[in-house]
Write a protein that binds this ligand. Structure first.
Ligand code: SAM
Length: 158
């Protein structure tokens, strides 16, 4: 099951799945690719139906633009404290909503891997491309994410 915003051109995806030599559908008659066109800040799939989820390089897009950025194009490079705080608040709110919906969708013991950019511990608005994140607790009351560093990732992927 693939998901993206309703405005996404899903035909490019299905074309690639059909014709790419590395497609997971190649030679497989019993795999049925499908797609949901809805924001991942809402529930996407039936509760308790997902064993393994994957999200790569997408959750850095917030649900809305919370403020104008007066000094830069991207918030990651801004030195405007008010804009930085507004984006940080929105990011925290969106991340919480994202986790709650994924927690609903995952089966007990199911797992979700999220690859995204993360803010460095030191600088207010400054981002670096880094961790993979896995949801380890799928209880809706308190979903939690464990964060893996690039070194952890390397140890797993070799
Ligand atoms: C850089 S692409 C990553 C695509 C793919 N996951 C990959 O790793 O190649 C980011 C995708 O996130 C989608 N996206 C952004 N905001 C979204 C949202 N709120 N809900 C669902 N998809 C979203 C965009 O439409 C875009 O297709």
């Amino acid at each position: 099951m693939h998901t993206d915003l309703p405005s996404n051109d899903f035909s490019a995806l299905f074309e690639a799945l059909e014709s790419d030599p590395d497609s997971y559908l190649r030679g497989e008659k019993a795999i049925f690719a499908s797609a949901v066109g809805r924001s991942f800040y809402q529930q996407l799939l039936p509760s308790g139906s997902v064993t393994l989820g994957w999200s790569s390089w997408s959750v850095q897009w917030l649900s809305r633009t919370p403020a104008l950025i007066p000094d830069q194009v991207q918030i990651a490079y801004s030195h405007d404290a008010s804009a930085c705080a507004a984006f940080a608040r929105q990011a925290a709110e969106d991340w919480h909503a994202f986790l709650l919906h994924r927690a609903d969708e995952l089966k007990p013991g199911g797992q979700l891997v999220v690859l995204s950019m993360a803010r460095t511990a030191t600088a207010g608005c400054h981002f670096e491309l880094s961790p993979g994140i896995a949801v380890v607790n799928t209880r809706r009351s308190a979903p939690k994410a464990a964060v893996f560093t690039p070194a952890d990732m390397k140890a797993v992927t070799g």
